[in-house]
Design a protein around this ligand. Structure first.
Ligand SMILES: [Zn+2]
Length: 338
């Protein structure tokens, strides 16, 4: 069969002209929250393990297991090499002028070997990404279980040139569909659904709201994929650019859905490329169709995959997927220029 890439003609452009960035969950993308704590210099290094043991007994910091109890002293030329976290300021709300004796009852922690306390800001949560970890560590050392995939993705380096070339080809197909829809008076939004293992476009669609208010480009594409599997409910015959490009039998799913049944389900293992960030309805349809990844070009004010909501990362939904933004962003942006 003729390679699909020959069917798509678009203005040539450089894969270096855009970067795909991941759209992470709120927890992964939020700022580092800090809370106040008392720390104190360890004057006698040999007392460190005893002090840590006794402080852990008195102030266990159970809610903050990510915090290291001891850090190397940051000040240059400091006479003491280590500092220890004594407690959160909220652990001793009655202490107005903190001294080591007011913070530590003498029968629980032997204070010899500890200097006078001072207030520090410490990270309130376990960092989830390298940028969060680097910011948090400036305040107080913390543990971090790095997800290398996320780290590389945040640097915009997850996809190699060959992968970017394929991604660009798919987005070009979505752009061509958007233009075809626009020529018929529709909103300029186009989408394609791709089997990334077979490197084939399954279905291509554009906004068809002239016919039906719910026929957004993503909904059109999902319906076309369902049609390719013997389902679907709409006819897009009036829109020649909306079509199934690969029959279901030609495009085996790469990952069977193991959640509810062993049968592949609509978009299991498939990627969606869409010129504009999907709305809530389309994002929920993508959840239900079990899409694997979504790539979009430009953000949208009502977008549900990063701008207004992050539906792809909702823990209380039964399916989550990766989202990347910025694919051919300039071309996608230009769609709305008359
Ligand atoms: Zn929509």
């Amino acid at each position: 069969m003729e390679p699909q890439r020959k069917r798509w003609k678009g203005s040539p452009c450089d894969t270096d002209s855009w970067i795909a960035y991941p759209v992470l969950s709120d927890e992964q993308s939020q700022d580092v929250e800090l809370i106040e704590a008392f720390a104190a210099p360890i004057l006698n290094k040999k007392e460190t393990s005893r002090l840590v043991r006794e402080l852990n007994g008195l102030y266990p910091l159970n809610e903050l297991p990510h915090l290291k109890r001891v850090r190397a002293c940051k000040k240059e030329g400091s006479p003491h090499p280590l500092e220890v976290l004594v407690c959160l300021t909220s652990d001793s709300p009655d202490v107005k002028v903190a001294s080591i004796n007011t913070l530590l009852p003498s029968d629980r922690v032997r204070c010899d070997g500890l200097g006078e306390p001072f207030v520090v800001k410490v990270p309130a949560r376990l960092p989830l990404t390298r940028p969060q970890f680097e910011l948090a560590s400036k305040h107080w050392p913390t543990s971090f279980h790095e997800d290398k995939h996320v780290t590389v993705a945040l640097r915009g380096e997850l996809f190699n040139p060959a992968q970017k070339a394929a991604m660009q080809m798919y987005m070009m197909a979505a752009l061509n569909a958007a233009k075809a829809g626009k020529d018929m008076g529709m909103e300029a939004v186009g989408a394609v659904i791709v089997n990334p293992v077979m490197e084939r476009i399954i279905a291509v669609g554009h906004d068809c709201r002239g016919e039906h208010p719910l026929h957004h480009a993503v909904m059109v594409c999902i319906d076309l994929v369902a049609q390719s599997q013997g389902g679907g409910c709409y006819s897009f015959d009036r829109y020649p650019a909306c079509q199934i490009l690969s029959p279901a039998s030609d495009t085996p799913h790469c990952k069977p859905d193991t959640e509810a049944s062993s049968q592949p389900y609509i978009c299991t293992g498939y990627d969606l490329y869409v010129t504009r960030e999907p709305c809530v309805m389309c994002a929920m349809a993508l959840v239900h169709s079990r899409v694997s990844r979504v790539f979009y070009g430009m953000a949208s004010a009502d977008g549900a995959l990063g701008t207004k909501f992050k539906i792809h990362s909702q823990r209380d939904l039964n399916h989550r997927f990766e989202v990347y933004r910025g694919i051919l962003s300039k071309h996608c942006d230009d769609l709305n220029i008359a």
